[in-house]
Design a protein around this ligand. Structure first.
Ligand SMILES: C[S@@+](CC[C@H](N)C(=O)[O-])C[C@H]1O[C@@H](n2cnc3c(N)ncnc32)[C@H](O)[C@@H]1O
Length: 314
């Protein structure tokens, strides 16, 4: 009873529960915990010290840093083990209402960025993706017009402008478009224009584009089919759709924080939606995880107008 009462006293604190949740994901040092929790370092040190004294976390030194990890069930005082197991099961699946896991991901990315080996990885073909994509783009035939639906900060639109007479970037967010216009100006492009508005009510003529891009946009639309129908309407016969989406995931925080309306799409979902919109799919590929990313991408290319188009898709 004594051990159980002591365990309950120690975990009856939200900050300590948040620390346990984070350590259940990965070992962290006090500086990282402080950044993620947004609390004073002295307070976090004290809470971690309390958890350590109770045998709920263990410390490990790495160079000059001390990392803390969650204790294994077998390392917790025996009487408290069933309660500990139950508690950790609940803590791990509790709602992340303060978005600690998002900041954890950012912190781990920073840690990874500072780790030795990054330079070599960036030099490897494919990691220096910006330079590579620009070089590969020169292999494309010249095109009259491309439209980037949900262009965000317009980086892709600007790249496309190197191989198109004109690129039209469309986005509902004035903030994203300010960044997009600033970027186009900075890189000296006069053949990109941006339209602020909802792509589903876009005032551009039918069949005016050679390429339509939907990069991570469908998950923002209440009905993703509408995005594909708009792309189909804007493309010339034989025009190409380039699509990039997230595979189904469990990161529910993106709905509140990033405004996603769908937690990804499977390749099968995208295939049937593209076909329903009248596209002929030329490639559809899910990308393998590289370094344990939280999201995985699926990308597809399709041609418009090379098959009978069902009237419902228009
Ligand atoms: C995740 S961002 C993708 C930005 C860019 N395409 C990329 O891949 O980096 C999605 C963008 O779609 C825009 N968006 C969402 N709903 C839209 C709509 N109905 N019409 C136009 N743009 C929309 C958002 O404002 C946001 O900039």
């Amino acid at each position: 009873m004594k051990e159980m009462a002591s365990l309950l006293r120690i975990v009856a604190d939200e900050t300590r529960l948040r620390v346990l949740r984070l350590l259940s994901e990965t070992p962290l040092n006090v500086t990282e915990l402080t950044t993620i929790l947004g609390l004073a370092q002295s307070g976090i040190s004290k809470q971690v010290g309390t958890l350590k004294k109770a045998g709920l976390v263990r410390e490990r030194r790495e160079g000059l840093k001390t990392f803390y990890r969650l204790s294994e069930e077998s390392e917790v005082p025996e009487e408290g083990r069933p309660l500990w197991a139950l508690l950790m099961e609940r803590v791990r699946t509790a709602e992340d209402s303060r978005h600690d896991l998002v900041r954890l991901a950012e912190t781990l990315e920073k840690r990874e960025g500072a780790a030795p080996g990054l330079h070599e990885r960036l030099l490897a073909p494919g990691e220096s993706w910006h330079a590579w994509s620009r070089m590969l783009m020169t292999l494309l035939p010249p095109m009259e017009r491309a439209v980037d639906l949900g262009c965000g900060s317009g980086i892709l639109a600007a790249e496309l402008a190197r191989v198109c007479d004109e690129v039209v970037g469309v986005d509902i967010s004035s903030q994203a478009l300010s960044a997009a216009r600033a970027h186009a100006e900075r890189v000296g492009l006069a053949n990109v224009r941006f339209i602020e508005g909802d792509m589903t009510t876009l005032d551009l003529p039918d069949g005016c584009c050679d390429v339509a891009v939907l990069s991570q946009t469908l998950h923002h639309l209440p009905d993703p089919m509408t995005g594909l129908k708009v792309a189909a309407r804007l493309l010339k016969p034989g025009g190409r759709l380039i699509l990039m989406e997230l595979l189904p995931h469990d990161e529910a925080w993106v709905t509140e924080k990033l405004g996603h309306l769908h937690l990804g799409f499977s390749a099968t979902d995208l295939e049937s939606m593209m076909e329903q919109a009248g596209f002929k799919i030329t490639s559809l590929e899910t990308l393998p995880p590289l370094r344990g990313e939280r999201f995985r991408a699926v990308q597809g290319c399709a041609v418009w107008g090379e098959r009978d188009v069902p009237p419902a898709a228009r």
